[in-house]
Every structure is written in C-alpha cells, then in structure tokens.
Design a protein around this ligand. Structure first.
Ligand code: HEM
Length: 400
C-alpha cells in the first residue's frame, strides 16, 4: 500500500485521495490475506485504486451503507463486476436500477417469502441430514467438495421445481464461477429455456410454473425475462452459500467450546451464523457507477467513476465492531454487510440463514474437527467471491 501526499486535505478527489494499488482480482488474495490489507485500507474509509482503469475502494462500514442507500447516485445497471465477465447477461435485480429492479425483486420476494421459506425447512433438513450423515458415515473428507458444493444448489433447484436438473445446474453454476468457461452460461440458459417450454406445455405445482404465469409491470413475463430471473436465482445463491457454509463449518470444527455452547444453548445458532458471515463474507466486492458528480464520505466523485463496495472490510471496521477479528456471537451490534444493504440487500438472506442454521445443527450431531490443512482459495468470478476452497473434516462422535 502506498499513499501520496494530500495537498489540500479538504478537497479529496482522484488526484489527492490516498492512492492504493488494490486489485480485488489478484490471485494471491485469500480471505486471510485480505484481512490485514483491509485493516490498512480502513485508515482511509474511501481511497482510490489505480487498477482496472481506476476505481474508488470503499472500506468504511458507514461509507458503504451510505452508498448502498443512494442507488440513484450509485447505479448497479452498468454492472457490479469490474471487469464484467465475458458474455454474461446483466444479472436480474442485482444489475438493475429502479424501476426495472423493483418488479424483478418483487418476484424474488414472492419466491423467498417468509412463508415459503418456512414451508421449505423440512426439505432443507432432509437434504442436509442425508448429505452430512453420509459424509460422517465414511469418516468425513473435504467438506467443500462433498457437502457445501452440492447442498445450496440442490436446495434452490428443488425449491424452484427443478429437482431432476439439480446435478446439471450444479455443474454449470460451478463452471460459471470459475474462469475460462464462457459457454457455461449459454448451456445453463438452454437448460432453463427447455424447462420453461415444458412448463408452458404442462404446468406443475411448483414455483417455476407460478413464475411463467406471473405479471411484470402489468404484462405476462416473457421467456427471456423468466430466463434472466431464473439465471439470477440459481447463480446468486450457489457460490455464496457454498462459501458461507464452509466458513461456518470451519468456525465450528476448530472450536470445541463453541460446539459445546451451542449444544447447551441451541438458540445461539442464528447469532453464530451471522458472526460467521461477518468474518467469512463470500462476496469480496460488488461495484457501483457514479451517475452524477457528488461528494460522499469526504470525497469528490465524478460521474462515471467506478466504486467498489468492500463488504468484508466494512465487517471489520472497528468504528462499528470492537475487537473486529474476534469471533463473538454475543456482539450487541451485529449488522454485518455480507448480504449488502439497501434496496439490493440480498433477497435470499432468510433462505441462506436458514440453510446455514440447519447446516450447523446437522454438523453438531457428529461433532466434527478439522482433520488436515485448510485451503483458502483465490477470488473467483472476476474478483467477486472469495472463501475456503478445501476443508478437511472428521467426525468425532458416531451416529446420534
Ligand atoms: C450466504 C449466502 C449469501 C450471501 C453472502 C449473499 C450475498 C449477497 C450480496 C452481497 C448481494 C448484493 C447486495 C448489495 O448489492 O447490496 C446479494 C444480492 C442478491 N442475492 Fe444473495 N447472498 C447469499 C445467498 C443468496 C441466496 C440463497 C439467494 C437466492 C436463492 C440469493 C439471491 C440474491 C439475489 C436475487 C440478489 C439480488 C438482489 C437485488 O439486487 O435486489 N442470495 N446477495
């Protein structure tokens, strides 16, 4: 990190802001190496990076929130990745501004309402219990490959009515998140399109059938709109929940006292899930584009500037989280930014939190321990996601 002199600290713009050569997509980054970098960056909650054509790096908790709460000035519609992955169509809701965003988000909320999520809990429990039970039965192994890579996408597929396609969807969403597979997205589009055609011919009692008969701004949703929506649904909740699951499993497996505390006080699970999300944020960065010259957080931004929201840095901003690197499920203030904030705040958060809570409960039935070197992987999806890539676990208790 370096920083140039500030000639006039009251006017901080691209030229005078602290300049950091921060590249979110650098393959040497891991969740662990990012933490000290974030701590250094947090000296200036907003700085300027000269990588990828230049962008603002927003690390401060309050500064990230302020930007999230002003979508008119900080647009998502020009893409939330920097650079944008080749050939990937704009992601529905995530890469839209109001009013387009509003209608699509409403459809997500319909699918992910508190009621429907509650109704899915038994399905989530059955899938999690059988996956973790099998994993424990053969003595554990790599939790990432055997458990967290398969569960989230299976849950999403089943909840949409695409149970039989779950394996293929899983293959394709994994390919999409890793570099060098530009065709994977077209294969996934093809798969979704064929399912839409099948449901139009013969509706079933599933959400996909509801979706294709839904209205968007007063008109019947088109195939193209439905495909965009489905693409968002199956991609947004896969890699993120996978990485969050691995973070949570590590947190539990390396801390027998925590496992005991939860066994004694199961109501602690949601707090453990949230604290784990704070320290293992799956989304490294999403970007915004400035729509008009403006001042924010003491910095002058220009129309067209790119702005990186470093959620993981905001999560360890000591102005909000005292002793920020410590895992403390009893924190009074627990409003982490791992799901974002404002109108784009993750619409799948309640589902993800339920999946993670069930995961923790099912893992605790076997009291797992870490059983080998843990690997923290590099950023994927053009520097958007980050987390654990290998997590060897072994059960210490037999079948309960
Ligand atoms: C632990 C798991 C998850 C994490 C950490 C996560 C994180 C995020 C983040 C950071 C955003 C952007 C928020 C912003 O820009 O302010 C987001 C948006 C979104 N997420 Fe998630 N997500 C997770 C799981 C899910 C799941 C399970 C689903 C659906 C099944 C989902 C669907 C979406 C959608 C549709 C959006 C776009 C919302 C909008 O722009 O209005 N996510 N998520």
């Amino acid at each position: 990190l370096s920083s140039h002199e500030q000639a006039n600290p009251s006017v901080v713009d691209q030229q005078t802001a602290p300049c950091v050569h921060f590249d979110h997509w650098k393959t040497s980054h891991t969740l662990l190496t990012l933490r000290p970098l974030y701590e250094a960056l947090l000296e200036h909650p907003i700085s300027w990076s000269d990588e990828h054509g230049g962008f603002w790096v927003v690390t401060g908790y309050d500064e990230i929130k302020a930007i999230e709460l002003n979508p008119g000035r900080f647009s998502s519609a020009k893409g939330v990745f920097l650079p944008r992955p080749d050939g990937f169509p704009p992601i529905v809701a995530l890469e839209q501004d109001p009013p387009d965003h509003t209608a699509m988000r409403l459809l997500y909320r319909q699918w992910l309402s508190a009621e429907t999520i509650k109704a899915q809990e038994p399905m989530i429990r059955v899938l999690s219990r059988s996956t973790i039970g099998e994993f424990a039965a053969h003595g554990g192994g790599d939790f990432v490959r055997e458990v967290s890579e398969t569960l989230p996408v299976q849950i999403i597929a089943v909840s949409l009515g695409l149970e039989e396609e779950a394996t293929r969807i899983h293959e394709l969403t994994s390919l999409i998140a890793s570099p060098g597979n530009p065709d994977a997205v077209f294969s996934l589009i093809e798969l979704l399109q064929s399912q839409i055609i099948a449901r139009r011919a013969e509706p079933k009692n599933d959400f996909l059938s509801t979706l294709i008969h839904s209205k968007l701004d007063g008109h019947l949703i088109s195939d193209q709109e439905a495909i965009g929506w489905l693409l968002g649904a199956v991609t947004a909740g896969h890699e993120t929940t996978l990485l969050a699951g691995a973070g949570l499993a590590l947190q539990l497996a390396q801390d027998p006292d925590l496992q005991q505390r939860i066994a004694d006080m199961p109501e602690l699970v949601p707090q453990v899930v949230n604290e784990s999300l704070r320290l293992h944020p799956p989304v490294l960065a999403f970007f915004r584009t400035v729509t008009e010259d403006c001042q924010t957080g003491g910095v002058t931004m220009r129309k067209g500037d790119k702005v990186m929201l470093a959620f993981g840095a905001g999560n360890i901003d000591r102005r909000r989280f005292p002793n920020p690197l410590k895992f403390e499920p009893d924190r009074i203030f627990s409003g982490h930014l791992s799901f974002g904030w404002g109108i784009h705040r993750c619409v799948g958060a309640p589902l993800a939190q339920l999946e993670l809570a069930v995961l923790a409960e099912e893992l605790l039935r076997f009291r797992f321990i870490v059983d080998g070197p843990v690997e923290f992987g590099p950023p994927t999806a053009n520097g958007s996601f980050i987390g654990i890539s290998r997590l060897p676990l072994a059960p210490t208790a037999g079948e309960p």
